[in-house]
Design a protein around this ligand. Structure first.
Ligand SMILES: [Fe+2]
Ligand SMILES: [Fe+2]
Length: 379
């Protein structure tokens, strides 16, 4: 009984009076936090990273002979594996004062790590499945290298989370998370963009912290440069895959490309604006950061997409902000519940839809796709 009371009273190991109690608190914390983290990773909303499945046979049937030279060069680079051994803690990994971290920052940063880990792992699962199911050596080799990289990335983020007593249960996610089916062309658009925007995000943060090291509040940012080169290469692979079939980037599909560009950009905008403390700690203006990442991603995507979004159009920013306000409204209404909550949610969803339509209908800028696809990371 005394032990029971003591268990209930002590919430932190610093307050524990026996070794058993101290250990029990840690165990309980680890289980609780990891469950919570996995629950966050399990969420399937418009804003959270999803798991995908596709028509693996169709993907396996892709013939890369029209891009053979670039393809072989890219795969040789992946085979050389320049980042082998990179994603582990070393002497550059400074101590992290998780307990001393400002609570709001800690919450947002953990949310950032969990969602990044889920996104990395989502790529890992999809690529690994393609590698397993395919018989076309070009395709299975590519997906073997890419899934190798994503597993390292997810593992490294999990290392960082573990220091805060948290781990995303990747085995559980594989089995339990809902998979969204996308036909191969949608996988190309979505994955190409997520790899390239991932590169643009990581390199923008890395360059900013290079100039302002006093804002580097966690060591993981030191790894972002080599990290984003992996993502860049992955994006190159999808650019080449799209190049094998001109239909994928012409005709009606141009509208699909515009849809994916708008959806990916606006999702990032809304999510990032939900993490004000995180961006403040980095010394980054979220709005500047968003536009900067869009600009880099658009510039890169000229390698294969026949359009780029007009992110300087007078309707662009105001409607991103409207979308963000609508998303806050939906969140608040969900929390409120009841009839009022339902009405608020419907109103929020109508506003979000109107804002998205206003963004989607901004005339795109035409782009003449170059004959030469391959790019090198330039930022
Ligand atoms: Fe990755
Ligand atoms: Fe990647």
């Amino acid at each position: 009984m005394n032990m029971q009371t003591a268990h209930r009273a002590a919430k932190h190991t610093a307050d524990a009076t026996t070794v058993e109690e101290g250990l029990a608190i840690q165990e309980r914390q680890a289980v609780m936090d990891s469950d919570a983290a996995t629950a966050v990773a399990m969420q399937n909303t418009l804003l959270t990273p999803r798991f995908y499945t596709t028509d693996f046979d169709a993907l396996d049937a892709v013939d890369v002979s029209s891009v053979r030279r670039d393809w072989d060069e890219l795969l040789a680079e992946m085979e050389r594996d320049p980042n082998k051994g990179h994603f582990k803690k070393n002497a550059d990994w400074d101590d992290v004062d998780w307990d001393g971290m400002e609570p709001e920052l800690r919450k947002e940063f953990i949310d950032f790590l969990i969602s990044s880990c889920t996104a990395e792992f989502s790529g890992c699962v999809l690529y690994k499945e393609m590698k397993r199911r395919g018989s076309n050596a070009d395709i299975t080799q590519l997906f073997a290298y890419m899934s190798r990289d994503e597993a390292r990335h997810a593992g490294f983020i999990n290392d960082a989370l573990r220091e805060a007593g948290i781990a995303v249960n990747l085995g559980f996610l594989t089995k339990a998370k809902k998979y969204t089916y996308f036909q191969p062309k949608f996988i190309y658009y979505a994955t190409y963009l997520s790899e390239k925007i991932g590169y643009a995000r990581y390199i923008t943060i890395f360059r900013h912290l290079e100039a302002h090291p006093e804002h580097r509040f966690h060591p993981i940012f030191k790894w972002f440069k080599e990290w984003c080169n992996d993502e860049f290469r992955h994006g190159e692979a999808f650019a080449l895959l799209m190049k094998t079939d001109p239909k994928l980037t012409s005709g009606r599909n141009v509208l699909w490309i515009k849809f994916f560009l708008t959806a990916v950009y606006s999702t990032m905008w809304v999510r990032d604006h939900q993490r004000p403390a995180f961006h403040e700690a980095l010394g980054v203006d979220t709005t500047w950061y968003g536009q900067e990442v869009f600009r880099k991603t658009s510039e890169i995507s000229r390698q294969v997409f026949p359009i780029v979004l007009d992110i300087d159009h007078p309707r662009w920013r105001p409607n991103l902000d409207r979308l963000e306000r609508a998303s806050r409204k939906i969140d608040a209404a969900k929390k409120a519940g009841g009839i009022g909550g339902f009405v608020g949610r419907m109103a929020g969803m109508a506003q979000a839809t109107a804002a998205f339509v206003a963004l989607f209908t901004i005339p795109a800028v035409r782009n003449a796709v170059p004959a030469q696809t391959r790019l090198e990371p330039a930022y």
